[in-house]
Design a protein around this ligand. Structure first.
Ligand code: GLA
Length: 543
């Protein structure tokens, strides 16, 4: 009986999809639907603080409370920083006879009357009480980094969640945590397959969410091993996640310990930025994670802090501060909270910047497409030891050549005049200029599917692009109440999982970037939707 009812409901939805699809596929109708299509909101990259860079495994309840208070008193919370993430060192691997995590009650005491020591719900309540969100940490293997590579303090075994995925992630959700970072020291030691383990963890998170009704944001930390940008977007069915793309930007610098004279370095900031550059994987709520920031930590000058911040905003990934928030200088705080710079990171399209020109060795032009039509964030980056001019053209930015374009310095808000044919500006050594360019969009080409049908695999053939990393706007309908997915293969070889949130009974759009590296009109994009009925991909527009 139930099967019949279900299939009736499904066929009703399918009929509506067919109607929509028919409407879309009729000539002029397609254009009409497309111009009416609205961008569908996608989850934005998380902003917050993480304990590791400045506290290593000395982390405890008092430190977390002080940092959470500082997040509010510095004004960072109202600028959008909301996660207080407890990294490694909070738990020393002990479990009770039922396998439940046992936490040291001295490091994590009662905070309010009636609370029990050793209950992590205490610190979560405190963080939530300040209007912030709380993050926790574990490892995908049996051991964690505290066993494999202890930083301060003794090594301790069994500090991972393997064989306890369902139990631990349910515990994190029950404690009230909103975010979980899952490291890979133990998984790596056991030679596990990260794509398999992290998919299983995603399913444990989904189960915990179902049981508790509490959402846990998923942060994958396997330092780029096995190319997570190829499997981490939407892994195990998550609708939002981040994945680390490289190692640690710096080993922890902890005041008054043997680690206190370590220093952050700009070259490491550049390395992490470069390793995170996978624009084809970053879209629809899935983000490359270039690591927690070192802005405000010992080692970088104020000018280098601004370069670092500009790079992370252009990368469009998570903004997680690693500095001690109680000790930020005014200049560091200003670098972390400039609203125009934060808006670049948090732009609603959710894309990553692309390197669009290299005018000389180490003289680079990066462009991040923003949700407002004709708007680009542009970074003129001079990695060399000499000041040098860097120029950018409207063609580099896929803007219409004949249109007027206005340029604004994003840090100062100063208007710099129009972008005429090209824009040669001197950029100091090891520095960068962060600009907002407003122009008019260059021509967009729209394609309809060559084959396929509603809810089935669709192929777009004979597709050409002016830039090899092309912007692809997907016009689709997902009548369901939940996010659906489509697997995209480009030219038969690159796959990524795209999230297609509900659109109601109309069409919507999301934007991705794809490597269309075949010359002429010879690229092929194949979308395989999942779900029954799956989303309808009506058309794509390429720029
Ligand atoms: C790894 C991660 C870091 C941090 C430490 C904790 O090195 O990459 O971000 O979580 O483990 O030990």
């Amino acid at each position: 009986m139930q099967g019949i009812r279900e299939s009736k409901a499904a066929s009703g939805a399918l009929a509506l999809l067919l109607t929509l699809a028919g409407m879309f596929l009729s000539e002029g109708g397609a254009l009409l639907a497309q111009s009416a299509a609205k961008q569908v909101a996608v989850p934005l990259p998380p902003m917050g603080w993480s304990s590791w860079n400045s506290f290593s495994n000395t982390i405890d309840s008092q430190i977390v409370m002080d940092q959470a208070k500082a997040m509010v008193s510095t004004g960072m919370a109202k600028d959008g920083y909301k996660y207080i993430n407890i990294d490694e060192g909070w738990w020393l691997g002990a479990r009770d006879a039922e396998g439940n995590i046992v936490v040291d009650g001295k490091a994590w005491p009662a905070i309010a009357p009636g609370e029990k020591p050793g209950d992590m719900a205490n610190i979560v309540r405190y963080i939530h009480g300040l209007g912030l969100k709380a993050g926790i940490y574990t490892d995908a293997g049996k051991d964690g980094c505290g066993t494999v590579a202890p930083d301060l303090g003794p090594g301790y075994p069994n500090e991972g969640s393997e064989n306890h995925y369902e139990q631990d992630f349910l515990q994190f959700a029950n404690w009230g945590f909103d975010y979980v970072k899952v490291d890979w020291c133990g998984g790596d030691k056991e030679n596990l397959d990260p794509a398999v383990q992290y998919a299983e963890i995603a399913r444990a998170i989904a189960r915990a969410e179902q049981i508790t009704g509490h959402r846990l944001y998923f942060s994958i930390c396997n330092w780029g091993k096995n190319s997570p940008w190829t499997w981490a977007p939407g892994v195990g069915g998550v609708t939002a996640d981040i994945w680390r793309t490289g190692g640690d930007i710096v080993a922890p610098i902890v005041a008054n310990t043997k680690n206190s004279d370590r220093r952050a370095e700009l070259k490491e900031v550049f390395r992490e930025f470069d390793e995170a550059n996978h624009p084809e994987a970053q879209h629809t709520g899935f983000y490359n994670d270039p690591d927690m920031m070192v802005v405000g930590m010992p080692g970088l000058t104020d000018q280098q802090n601004r370069v670092h911040m500009a790079l992370w905003a252009m990368s469009g990934g998570p903004l997680l501060v690693g500095a001690d928030l109680t000790k930020l200088s005014d200049a560091s705080l200003a670098a972390l909270t400039n609203p125009a710079v934060l808006a670049i990171d948090q732009d609603a399209l959710g894309l990553q910047a692309v390197k669009v020109a290299e005018v000389g060795k180490g003289l680079e032009v990066w462009s991040k497409a923003l949700s407002k039509s004709g708007q680009r964030a542009v970074l003129l980056l001079n990695r060399t030891a000499e000041a040098a001019p860097i120029s950018v053209t409207r063609a580099d930015l896929t803007l219409l050549d004949s249109s007027a374009s206005n340029v604004t310095n994003l840090w100062s808000g100063k208007h710099l005049g129009p972008l005429v044919a090209s824009y040669p500006v001197p950029v100091p050594a090891n520095d960068a200029l962060l600009l907002l360019v407003q122009g008019k969009e260059a021509k967009v080409s729209t394609y309809k599917p060559a084959a396929g049908g509603p809810g089935r695999k669709v192929a777009f053939t004979y597709v050409s692009a002016t830039h090899s990393m092309a912007r692809v706007q997907i016009i689709y309908a997902n009548l369901d109440k939940t996010t659906r997915f489509a697997e995209l293969r480009v030219n038969g070889c690159i796959a990524t999982r795209i999230a297609l949130p509900p659109t109601g009974t109309t069409v919507g759009t999301v934007t991705i970037q794809s490597l269309l590296d075949r010359s002429g009109a010879s690229n092929v994009l194949e979308f395989s939707p999942t779900g029954d009925p799956g989303p309808v991909i009506q058309s794509i527009s390429i720029q």
